[in-house]
Design a protein around this ligand. Structure first.
Ligand code: ADP
Ligand code: ADP
Length: 228
């Protein structure tokens, strides 16, 4: 689904990602784990076409995409949804308003937007919170809103940037369960970054271990973390 070839990215003298090769199979839940500063966010921004690498190539469904610009780049990005540790929601809008946002940008009619927002609220199980302001929502509920917003335009890949790191263990489990269910029902590919082994073990099929910008290990979770 996504392939990185020899990807490098530096910030001044800091080599955040060094010559990384990585391949995300379609339909996988692909985890990237590593300590703080290992380069996970940088790698995720390169994969999600938010940032261009200094060197190397990014392929999306066999097509080279790191060299795209303008409309073509925006079109590929539309196939990618993203959620974050801090949710990145608009506090001026209620739950439904946040979910509607990308649909408004996409130019859908009001009626179509309402129908789609209803579907999405149901999908993430917060129909009763439709008109809640963000301050009235728990962390888990905010992440559900963010997931609904990310899925609004039917992306093929969902990128999760430490999506459960701000949540307590029980809420973390419920959000991971939701992500897995959506993965199964929508047939989306999921790429997540985390510093928590428990996240990898509970939802991921594949994993890459990132250490100082280098992939230390990569493969099927059971094989990578099997006791010797
Ligand atoms: P992780 O997500 O694993 O914590 P990051 O990709 O955020 O790692 O960071 C990897 C390295 O790159 C760190 O040393 C970090 O300080 C540096 N870095 C990341 N983004 C920037 C940036 N925008 N400007 C300068 N340095 C950065
Ligand atoms: P920044 O990265 O500086 O926040 P953006 O243009 O990405 O700037 O985002 C501006 C605002 O729009 C932010 O508050 C962000 O949470 C929100 N936002 C970004 N992407 C989306 C999206 N796909 N749907 C709804 N809101 C979004």
């Amino acid at each position: 689904m996504i392939e990185l070839k020899n990807i490098s990215k530096s910030y001044g003298a800091v080599h955040a990602v060094r010559k990384v090769d990585l391949s995300v199979p379609p339909g996988s839940i692909y985890g990237i784990i590593g300590k703080s500063g290992a380069g996970k966010s940088t790698l995720l921004r390169v994969m999600s076409l938010l940032e261009a690498p200094d060197g190397g190539e990014v392929y999306y469904r066999q097509e080279r995409v790191d060299i795209l610009t303008g409309k073509a780049l925006l079109e590929r990005r539309r196939k990618m949804g993203m959620i974050f540790q801090n949710f990145n929601l608009l506090s001026s809008r209620d739950a439904a308003g946040n979910i509607a946002y990308p649909l408004e940008i996409g130019g859908l009619h009001k009626k179509q937007i309402e129908k789609r927002v209803d579907e999405l609220l149901e999908m993430v199980n917060i129909t009763d919170k439709r008109h809640a302001r963000l301050r009235e929502l728990s962390g888990g509920q905010k992440q559900r809103v963010a997931i609904a917003r990310a899925l609004a335009v039917n992306p093929e890949v969902l990128f999760c940037d430490e999506a459960t790191s701000a949540l307590d263990p029980q809420t973390t489990r419920s959000i991971l369960t939701l992500i897995r269910e959506l993965h199964d029902s929508l047939k989306i590919t999921v790429v997540l970054i985390t510093h928590q082994m428990s996240v990898i073990q509970s939802v991921c099929s594949e994993v890459a271990v990132l250490d100082e910008g280098i992939i230390a290990e990569e493969g099927v979770v059971d094989a990578v973390f099997k006791a010797p």
